[in-house]
Write a new protein. Structure first.
Length: 267
């Protein structure tokens, strides 16, 4: 009889255990080593942590960036099978010694998440540098933000290993600021109809892939649009973040008959 009671008790115990809340799964992190692009001399690390509630915590520590200047930064890549990776100098198709945003995009992919300090994180905020982190006077950058699951593109957490981090902003002529004397005007800005924007401000400075992520070539067809074109992307970026970029760089824009007259704002 005692044996029978034990048999009947077992299912009840099992049901009780199943009904009892268990501890949440431990947070899972992937690590990114940020390496210099365009001879920027910058480097850093990024940690992407998928929290048990679906949020994504991002911590970035970089050094050697253009001091006292904003640095646009993003998660690039794809969650739909595209095989993106950090570019090397062979991506410099115009031979000026620097890989521009347009030249690098076929390798590292379009913006997936904009790593702003607050507010919107979509591609539309790609160059909203008034909400991007600013390096300190020594060129060090610290970024910590937890992105809500509701704001993340579909598949972000499941495909963290397929994404990577790119930081923008270089100092080609060594004067510790963005200016036209370094690399001239930004071709990305020109494609959006703006003139007078330093190329230094938009060229990538670092890129890092998740440790252990597969590295390969871009599938035939290039970026997700199918042809790798960046003109329309530039228009979107500057249409939403361009004015913020100009303000952050201390440049004044005056519209005259669809043209832009730019002059340096007094510092």
């Amino acid at each position: 009889m005692k044996f029978r009671r034990t048999l009947f008790a077992a299912p009840a115990v099992a049901a009780l255990l199943l009904a009892t809340p268990t501890a949440a799964l431990a947070d899972e992190s992937v690590h990114v080593k940020l390496l210099a692009l365009n001879n920027s001399g910058a480097s850093g690390t990024a940690t992407l942590t998928a929290l048990d509630n679906g949020d994504l915590k991002i911590s970035i520590r970089s050094t050697g960036l253009v001091p006292s200047s904003p640095h646009a930064q993003h998660l690039h890549g794809s969650t739909s099978g595209m095989d993106f990776h950090c570019p090397d100098m062979s991506a410099d198709t115009n031979g000026n010694g620097y890989v521009s945003t347009e030249e690098g995009m076929p390798d590292y992919g379009d913006i997936f998440v904009s790593l702003t300090t607050q507010g919107d994180i979509s591609k539309a905020s790609g160059l909203a540098v008034d909400r991007m982190p600013t390096a300190d006077a020594k060129g060090n950058l610290t970024y910590d933000r937890t992105l809500a699951s509701a704001d993340l593109p579909k598949g972000t957490i499941e495909h963290l290993k397929d994404l990577h981090v790119v930081e923008h902003g270089v100092d080609a002529n060594g004067n510790k600021k963005y200016d036209l004397d370094g690399l001239g005007e930004s071709t990305l800005a020109k494609s959006a109809g703006l003139s007078g924007i330093p190329e230094e401000a938009t060229d990538p400075a670092t890129c890092g892939m998740v440790a252990g992520a597969a590295v390969g070539s871009v599938p035939v067809g290039g970026v997700a649009t199918g042809d790798g074109s960046t003109r329309d992307k530039a228009a979107v970026w500057y249409g939403t973040g361009g004015l913020a970029l100009l303000a952050a760089l201390g440049i004044v824009v005056v519209a005259r008959r669809r043209s832009y007259v730019l002059s340096r704002a007094q510092r």
